[in-house]
Design a protein around this ligand. Structure first.
Ligand SMILES: Cc1cc2nc3c(=O)[nH]c(=O)nc-3n(C[C@H](O)[C@H](O)[C@H](O)COP(=O)(O)OP(=O)(O)OC[C@H]3O[C@@H](n4cnc5c(N)ncnc54)[C@H](O)[C@@H]3O)c2cc1C
Length: 279
């Protein structure tokens, strides 16, 4: 297994915080990865880095960057297939695969960055969609054991999984056979609804509180375009966190805390970050 001490993490994170560093482990096989979880009991797992803001990270970080593996698809019956997919598969590659093969069920992932593992762990989806009913089984590694689970899903989280840290290795996904044209049409529909963000971003900074929208609470509390240095809430959508140039970890922390304080003062609601802050 390769280890890079004090590795610059900036290029691994879509929001590009300028001072993100950590001790970064690169397993070269699944055995390496399993051994890592025996030796290190408190670590962080880096997927596609699209929902993380990091500074100088104290815990060791493990990445899938050197692992390889491809999906295996099997017919279940005339209507459905089961696809076993490595967790490090990019969501873009997943959507391309759906379109190329006329397979339906996850078209809503079009335009959402990251990996399949990160998406499952956080139940990533546009509003009103979920991985529930699509994921039949996941394989994960915890403290040296390779285990499986059949998770259910809730808003931005997976149920029936152990406490982190664990490493989701692969998922068995059930998709429905359809025509290439119909799947492509739905993918295009989802892409059309996405807001183009012209800066490095980590997506939504906060989770939506029950029965309200974090974006609306932030907007009415005067947070649209709020900035600390180059860390900002996007001027066209108050819940989208962006890096306008050279933002550091502390800028994002101060921005988060200021937004939480403003919403608490104006609405009495405590916002909870969706983005993971690593230091
Ligand atoms: C422009 C933009 C738009 C976005 N739009 C949306 C959206 O519409 N809906 C939405 O829900 N999200 C959205 N996101 C957020 C993000 O893309 C998703 O949360 C994504 O699924 C995160 O996947 P990742 O692989 O990048 O995870 P990372 O950011 O690498 O990790 C996120 C968390 O998941 C954990 N994790 C990742 N992979 C694994 C694994 N294999 N095993 C165990 N733990 C793991 C990490 O340890 C970390 O705690 C957006 C982000 C951006 C930048």
């Amino acid at each position: 297994m390769k280890l890079k001490k004090r590795a610059a993490l900036t290029r691994f994170l879509t929001i590009r915080p300028r001072d993100a560093v950590c001790d970064l482990y690169f397993p070269e096989s699944i055995d390496d990865l399993v051994r890592f979880t025996v030796l290190e009991r408190d670590y962080l797992l880096l997927g596609g880095g699209s929902n993380i803001i990091a500074g100088a990270v104290r815990k060791p970080v493990i990445t899938f960057a050197l692992l390889e593996g491809s999906s295996v698809t099997e017919d279940i019956d005339r209507r459905q297939v089961a696809v076993s997919m490595p967790a490090w598969t990019r969501t873009g590659a997943l959507v391309d695969y759906l379109v190329a093969n006329g397979l339906s069920g996850l078209e809503f992932m079009a335009g959402i960055p990251g990996t399949v593992g990160g998406a499952i762990v956080g139940n990533a989806a546009p509003k009103g969609h979920s991985w529930e009913g699509v994921v039949r089984k996941v394989i994960y590694v915890k403290e040296g054991s390779v285990l499986s689970a059949e998770p259910r899903f809730a808003y931005r989280r997976t149920l029936d999984m152990p406490e982190p840290p664990y490493i989701l290795l692969a998922a068995e996904i059930v998709l429905t056979k359809d025509t290439v044209a119909k799947v492509r049409g739905r993918v295009k529909g989802f892409l059309k609804q996405r807001l183009a963000v012209p800066y490095p971003s980590a997506g939504s900074l906060f989770k939506n509180p029950e029965r309200s929208s974090a974006g609306e609470l932030l907007e009415t509390a005067g947070c649209k375009g709020l900035a600390v240095g180059d860390a900002a809430l996007y001027e066209k959508h108050a819940n989208i966190v962006v890096n306008r140039g050279d933002a550091a970890y502390a800028d994002f922390v101060a921005l988060r805390d200021e937004a939480i304080a403003r919403v608490k003062k104006m609405h009495g609601v405590q916002l909870e970050p969706e983005v993971k802050f690593w230091q």
